[in-house]
Design a protein around this ligand. Structure first.
Ligand code: 5GP
Ligand code: ZN
Length: 114
């Protein structure tokens, strides 16, 4: 087992229901949902924080947005709208240090965020 929770999920070592899987990313429901739809989209590549994204990863990040759009259709939140959040390090509220994109929908969100 890796000491990274999301690497373990990517490797299938956790009992996690995967809702999307391809050669670059997996997606699964957040264990502590903050909205009726709360999916985590996680690259299979271990990248610790948003600050660590390099030029080689730009296509991967674009791909994540493509998957987010696909999932927004599947979960029927595309028309009403949704929010994609990536928390970075302490001030951003990051708790798992393997980058991930929260896809949140199914309710009205406020701005500014807390
Ligand atoms: P962060 O706080 O790093 O932006 O987001 C980490 C997210 O991972 C949190 O929303 C948290 O609820 C979720 N999470 C933590 N552990 C697990 C787990 O074991 N399974 C799932 N599905 N989600 C998890
Ligand atoms: Zn990892």
């Amino acid at each position: 087992m890796s000491d990274c929770l999301f690497c373990n999920i990517v490797e299938g070592e956790m009992d996690t229901d995967i809702v999307y899987d391809d050669d670059k990313v997996v997606a699964f429901e957040d264990i502590n949902p903050q909205a009726p739809v709360h999916i985590l989209i996680v690259p299979k590549k271990h990248i610790e924080t948003i600050s660590d994204i390099e030029a080689d990863d730009y296509q991967l990040v674009g791909h994540i947005y493509k998957v987010a759009n696909k999932l927004s259709e599947k979960y029927e939140i595309a028309d009403e709208g949704f929010r994609i959040v990536s928390n970075c390090k302490d001030n951003g509220g990051q708790t798992v240090y393997h980058i991930h994109f929260h896809l949140l929908g199914g309710r009205q969100f406020q701005w500014p965020p807390g």
